[in-house]
Design a protein around this ligand. Sequence first.
Ligand SMILES: Nc1nc2c(c(=O)[nH]1)N(C=O)[C@@H](CNc1ccc(C(=O)N[C@@H](CCC(=O)O)C(=O)O)cc1)CN2
Ligand SMILES: Nc1ncnc2c1ncn2[C@@H]1O[C@H](COP(=O)(O)OP(=O)(O)OP(=O)(O)O)[C@@H](O)[C@H]1O
Length: 186
Amino acid sequence: MRDEGLAVAKVAARAAALARRAGSCGDRGERLAAHVLADCAPPAGAVVSGFWPIGDEIDVRPLMVALSALGHRLCLPETPKRGLPLVFRHWMPGEALVAGRFGTSHPVGEVVVPDFVLVPLLAFDRKGNRLGYGAGYYDRTLAAMPGAFRLGCAFACQEVAAVPVGPHDERLDAVATEIGVIGMMR
Ligand SMILES: Nc1nc2c(c(=O)[nH]1)N(C=O)[C@@H](CNc1ccc(C(=O)N[C@@H](CCC(=O)O)C(=O)O)cc1)CN2
Ligand SMILES: Nc1ncnc2c1ncn2[C@@H]1O[C@H](COP(=O)(O)OP(=O)(O)OP(=O)(O)O)[C@@H](O)[C@H]1O
């Protein structure tokens, strides 16, 4: 016989578990933002490039909103054909985006050159090496911007002992996660 009491208890337990899970995972972008602002804030006036999250990436939008409120100009990358560097376009929180390659989204604002780059990644190590999606976009882009500060943005669980590196791989200056900012060993 069906136990109505058990069924009701399971519905309530499920709702509570879902709320707990959302609460523990859903604020990691906010926590990353707080750590960056406290420990690794871009210098006044810096133009900051962010990224619009795809897949399971950490959400850097709370950080972008905070930096905009602090007076920073923001931009987001437009993904060109394979083999070309990224193009950064000016963006203000709330401005519309259009669909780009590989499921990315980008603004239609003017082209700008950032001097503080939030870099998405699949894996990172303590030397600042990073693994991306494998198209080399950020490697090509950062190689042409040697003076820009490169802040990897990731979940803490994306750290590995050593990322396999090749001659074209560009290193990060630091990595921000929901736990804190990691300065790189050189
Ligand atoms: N949010 C975000 N924007 C970004 C990057 C990124 O890593 N993250 N990029 C960094 O270079 C550039 C886009 N490069 C990309 C290159 C390949 C794939 C790709 O192969 N995507 C898979 C699906 C991945 C998924 O859904 O998790 C695919 O299309 O099959 C995605 C982005 C610029 N913008
Ligand atoms: N500056 C560059 N000039 C020429 N080729 C490059 C350059 N940077 C990367 N490449 C080439 O692009 C390809 C992809 O590089 P890699 O596997 O390191 O990408 P990734 O760092 O994982 O991805 P991404 O930077 O797009 O997130 C490789 O064949 C690499 O040799």
